[in-house]
Design a protein around this ligand. Structure first.
Ligand code: SF4
Ligand code: SF4
Length: 441
């Protein structure tokens, strides 16, 4: 039998060799730390501090603004310098707490203390995850405590750890699986404690044999945990692709993974759950890959959330060539950024600095009706027809041909020989249709 996978998909240049063999380095910040109150899906957090206040590392400085929201935690000790809008990776100006780092890293009491999860109730575990400000660190930013509180916890049969890391160039999850596998397994065991009927499966693409080997070995005596090697194909790590590859279950845009008996969490998210529950440490850091041909020495850094991206680039030796394009995230789903003076937030897994050679020429030409976009689409929809509807701004037709099932993976744009900006058009159409639906109530 072949390796687990989904139908469709593409094989872009992987680019992982630039940083995959660089173990995670801890990088301490030099400048001010910027904590946006929106680093997650849902209501923004509310500042709990005022200008002039002294804060400690591990202190809650932003309180979740509702059930679907997340706390924000200070990652250093220092003084609150300002509370004002600051630009984040997606270009938005977001209300942020700016902390002047005192360089002492004084922490709140009890931070780092060992805690035995078997002594905790399910409610206590969920509450610790909520207080720790944990969200989906793979990029989605969905509050994890909400994900861990489905309508019917007995209906959850699979806890899937997304170790696919299918985006080209990204290696932060890979390094974590190699460097800190015990924490990953520890975090998965904590999640399994919440779901009596579930088993845990760690899905890893087969271009990461060392991670597969290490985690298989580590889990061989864990009856509820297994490792599932996946075919290397983009977007294998898309939530729906992963669920289908491992369980054979289909999820569409009107369903949550929990409706198919699944909960999916990314590698760093599961490690953050371990840190919060077993080591009394809320979400204050994350691993970020700084990579691309423009970077002198591509690396993976463990950084304090709130650190300025310019400090990460400097620590990677700066630029050896002026980058043509800088992307927060990977080349398929990341977003172009126009300044390095943006803070690392919970959802930033990488900064990709590409040279002219790496940036494909993208002058669009007319569609030649080759059908390649249709054959690669993992959502089994028809991008060429969706583009016709998008060009006419025909929301009704876009919906009729299931345009809302698009997961904005970028595969159609990648494969299109006419270089048509398909995914960009679908993103806009999906936003418009969603706004129309909200208006209609
Ligand atoms: S239509 Fe959407 S889901 Fe299908 S390949 Fe294009 S971006 Fe991906
Ligand atoms: S891949 Fe591009 S050129 Fe080919 S059918 Fe799709 S939109 Fe047209």
């Amino acid at each position: 039998m072949g390796l687990a996978t989904f139908k469709g998909g593409i094989h872009p240049y992987e680019g992982k060799e630039l940083s995959e063999n660089k173990p995670v380095e801890v990088l301490l910040p030099k400048g001010d730390l910027v904590y946006p109150m929106s680093q997650h899906i849902g209501a923004p957090a509310k500042p709990l501090v005022a200008v002039g206040d002294h804060v400690l590392a591990g202190q809650k400085i932003g309180e979740a603004g509702g059930f679907i929201s997340a706390n924000v935690i200070a990652s250093v000790s220092g003084t609150v310098k300002a509370i004002e809008p600051r630009r984040v990776a997606n270009g938005a100006m977001v209300n942020s707490i700016i902390v002047q780092n005192d360089g002492e890293y004084k922490t709140v009491e009890g931070l780092g203390e060992d805690r035995d999860p078997s002594t905790l109730s399910k409610e206590e575990i969920r509450n610790i995850v909520k207080e720790a400000g944990i969200v989906g660190l793979g990029g989605a930013g969905f509050p994890t405590h909400v994900k861990l509180t489905p309508k019917d916890e007995n209906a959850i049969e699979y806890i899937l750890v997304n170790g696919a890391e299918c985006e080209p160039y990204l290696t932060s999850d890979y390094r974590l699986m190699i460097d800190e596998p015990e924490k990953l397994v520890g975090g998965l065991k904590v999640i399994l404690q919440l779901f009596d009927n579930a088993k845990g499966v760690i899905g890893i693409e087969n271009n990461k044999p060392e991670a597969i080997k290490k985690l298989t070995e580590l889990t061989k005596d864990e009856p509820r945990i297994s490792v599932c090697p996946l075919l290397t194909k983009y977007p294998q790590g898309g939530e729906r692709s992963l669920i289908y590859a491992i369980t054979g279950r289909k999820v569409n845009s009107s369903m949550l993974p929990a409706d198919a008996g699944c909960i999916v969490d990314n590698v760093d998210t599961v490690i953050s759950i371990y840190m919060a529950v077993c080591k009394s440490t809320p979400l204050m850091r994350r691993v970020v890959t700084i990579t691309g041909d423009a970077v002198t020495d591509p690396k993976n850094f463990n950084v304090k959330i709130g650190t300025d991206f310019s400090e990460l680039v400097e620590a990677a030796g700066g630029f050896k060539t002026q980058p043509e394009k800088i992307i927060a995230g990977g080349p398929m789903m990341g977003m172009a950024v126009f300044s390095l003076n943006i803070p690392v937030t919970k959802t930033n897994s990488a900064l990709l600095c590409m040279t002219k050679d790496e940036v494909a020429a993208n002058e669009p030409t007319p569609c030649i009706r080759c059908g390649r976009c249709v054959s690669v689409c993992p959502s089994h929809i028809i991008p060429v027809m969706m583009m016709d509807a998008a060009l006419r701004n025909d929301c009704e037709q876009f919906e009729k041909i299931n345009g809302m099932e698009c997961m904005e993976c970028g595969s159609c744009t990648f494969i299109c020989p006419a270089k048509r900006p398909l995914t960009q058009a679908f993103k806009e159409m999906r936003k418009t249709v969603a706004a129309n639906r909200r208006k209609k109530g």
